[in-house]
Design a protein around this ligand. Sequence first.
Ligand SMILES: O=C(O)C1=C[C@@H](OP(=O)(O)O)[C@@H](O)[C@H](O)C1
Ligand SMILES: C=C(OP(=O)(O)O)C(=O)O
Length: 444
Amino acid sequence: MTESAVHPALWPAPHASGAVDATVTVPGSKSVTNRALVLAALSCEPGWLRRPLRSRDTLLMAQALRTMGVGIEEGIGPDGSGEAWRVIPAGLHGPATVDVGNAGTVMRFLPPVATLADGPIRFDGDARSYERPLDGVIDALRTLGARIDDDARGALPLTVHGAGALDGGPVEIDASSSSQFVSALLLSAPRFNQGVEVRHTGSVLPSMPHIRMTVDMLRSVGAQVDEPETGGEPNVWRVAHSALLGRDLTVEPDLSNAQPFLAAALVTGGRVTVPDWPLRTTQPGDALREIFTEMGGSCELTERGLTFTGTGRIHGIDVDLGEVGELTPGIAAVAALADSPSTLRGVAHLRLHETDRLAALTKEINELGGDVTETADGLHIRPRPLHGGTFHTYEDHRMATAGSVIGLAVPGVEIENVGTTAKTLPDFPQMWTAMLASTGTAGA
Ligand SMILES: O=C(O)C1=C[C@@H](OP(=O)(O)O)[C@@H](O)[C@H](O)C1
Ligand SMILES: C=C(OP(=O)(O)O)C(=O)O
């Protein structure tokens, strides 16, 4: 087990004494960066990745691929603008050891890649990574021809005995605990001898936009994909064996990481602009335009970006977040400050994220005086006047940003281990302070 980055210090969450009015440049998407790294590593020619996210999850992905032999070099993009990674695919080698940290994308997307290496690849990570579901990926890879030692636990730590190739073919999985099982199998499938046919057999499938992202990105590097949303059989994805092309890809801003900043506009009755918000995207964070509008704001999307404006009034919401589960902590934070109750549904699988997010949100909001109850698949949130106190984060980046949103409206909130935001947004505390400083609203 590797040690995770723990900074238990308390960070006084800035309280906003007025309406924010700021432009916030949000770094690249975790989900796009880590998919792009995997696809570039598996392609038949070098590629470029511009404005990649540099955070714990993406640096772990880059390091893991380097460990297996892939070249990932720092560079300036081909047109001379912006920071970039040059990814140079190579034969994948074992033995090697991969640290997954607590990155779902690393622990799920890389075991299929490791089956293509010419030796054993050991996977290990943070304590929490041992508890996150991985059985769907392990069982499927075995069905497709892989040899994996996992001490019969169906979880980390484990060793994939790469044999230089994988048969591939048809496989059934239950991906109701994580969409990443499906994405993982599809991303490496063009390199399997027979490609793959993945049939999801579970009753629910969370995070569909992330599966769309996988399909879109596969197609953009030349893969042939049949899938339910463009006329294929329901719950079945087919990827043909083929070579993948190297690409020059600019990573979109991470719209889920834009969430706390948009929430700041909503909570303070201010205005926040996020430049480069894509006009078309598969990122689940795009749903914030609708969700936060329903909760009391308004937004304008132009070529320059998204401007979100709050009115100072926040309304409760009754919403199924199954497709956009990673937005739940930020929505719960806003809902706790609203003028009416909220019901958040469809997110039972959040109990298996960085922490049990339903339990953590309930406990932390209630300890500030709130009234939140857990349901089988979500939360009921009845707003109450909140008071200051410590907001624990359980090594969950989205708990830290959610607590910070509450801190804007509630004086005296202290975030434990705000450094945990390094998972996907290492500069969060500075960005947050800068957003408030530029408007002169930082309060007590
Ligand atoms: O594929 C991806 O990039 C992700 C898929 C989702 O996972 P789950 O389906 O496990 O919720 C999401 O919550 C996670 O933050 C990123
Ligand atoms: C669930 C999340 O991450 P992971 O990729 O580790 O699953 C998240 O970022 O909200």
